[in-house]
Design a protein around this ligand. Structure first.
Ligand code: GDP
Length: 311
């Protein structure tokens, strides 16, 4: 996408020196947006490479670009043959760079009667092993601190080590945030959920899975109990969504993202998930110390947090 439609731009880069670098050019674009003075609701998708994050964000873009009538009728999802465009998603195995990408345009929306600007953020990292996770902690901490909704993209199932990674990010983030309650809404998004005999796709299955996984039981080791209490206390809200597998055409070289190639179960999940993410009574502006942040102030905080992480 280009022109008025916007484009993905990398705002934070992580070169080999592990000093995080901001793109002044990208920040300039955000600062010039007509909606920069509105409170900003930041929707972030974070997780490992090749997890389908950019692919999902492109459906978010379709929804945000649709008219109210198309949102209400379901037509926002598009036509069967339309190629999927927006953030660069890819069917190749090549590794992308670690970092944070933001859509160059803000989307004005009315949430709970208040005009806000919605910002989309894509946070890429690696989760190959524990040392990679430590290297990536900063980038995930940063995006969790700066989002109103952090969607944690996980493949297959929600496991103990996913909770452990989150604990790293949140503890690290708390070191720099001068705020007693810095995190808002966390959504675990489980991709390729297979165990539908046990729990159905969608928000209902997700809620039931989360209740099981976050349950604190006396027979658990003390550190496992602690992680669960820590996560519940960190976020104002935590939920989960179980996503269907899109079908194996998605990994083909000629796949262009058209709906016709996606399994009906996956399309049904998109129809449930995307309006839920942007529901006016659920999505909220980013707040720091209880105060809503504008897009302009977002740029200021991004700089401040990065300097703190780099020092
Ligand atoms: P990102 O690196 O996380 O942004 O991943 P991409 O969005 O670039 O997608 C990587 C590959 O995964 C592409 O081939 C997509 O077609 C495919 N893909 C998208 N969504 C899903 C999903 O839910 N499950 C699976 N298995 N693949 C997906």
């Amino acid at each position: 996408m280009n022109g008025n439609g916007g484009h993905g731009m990398q705002v934070v880069d992580v070169p080999k020196s592990h000093q995080y670098v901001l793109s002044e050019e990208a920040l300039g674009v955000l600062n010039a947006d007509a909606a920069r003075a509105l409170p900003v609701a930041v929707v972030s998708v974070a997780g490992a490479f090749r997890g389908g994050k950019s692919f999902l964000l492109d459906f978010f873009l379709r929804y945000l670009n649709a008219t109210d009538a198309d949102r209400n009728s379901g037509a926002w999802l598009g036509n069967d043959e339309d190629p999927l465009v927006g953030f660069n998603w890819s069917t190749s195995y090549e590794r992308n760079t670690i970092g944070i990408h933001i859509w160059s345009r803000l989307f004005p929306m009315t949430l709970n009667g208040e005009k806000v600007a919605v910002m989309l953020m894509d946070t890429q990292g690696t989760f190959d092993n524990d040392s990679a996770i430590r290297d990536n902690t900063t980038i995930f901490a940063l995006s969790t601190l700066l989002s109103s909704l952090q969607i944690y993209n996980i493949s297959g199932n929600l496991k103990g080590n996913d909770l452990q990674h989150l604990q790293y990010f949140t503890e690290f983030a708390r070191l720099v945030a001068n705020d007693a309650q810095p995190f808002q809404h966390l959504k675990f998004l489980i991709r390729d959920w297979q165990f539908t005999d046990d729990l159905p796709h969608g928000a209902d299955g997700g809620r039931r899975l989360l209740d099981r996984v976050l349950e604190v039981r006396p027979d658990q080791p003390a550190d496992q109990q602690e992680i669960r209490r820590h996560l519940r206390s960190c976020f104002e809200e935590i939920d989960c969504f179980l996503m269907a597998h899109p079908g194996f055409t998605v990994s083909g070289r000629n796949f262009n993202g058209r709906l016709a190639d996606l399994r009906p179960e996956f399309r049904a999940c998109l129809r449930e998930l995307v309006p839920l993410v942007f529901a006016p009574n659920r999505l909220v502006p980013k707040r720091i110390n209880g105060q809503p942040l504008t897009a302009q102030e977002f740029v200021h905080y991004l700089r401040t947090y990065m300097n703190a992480f780099n020092s």
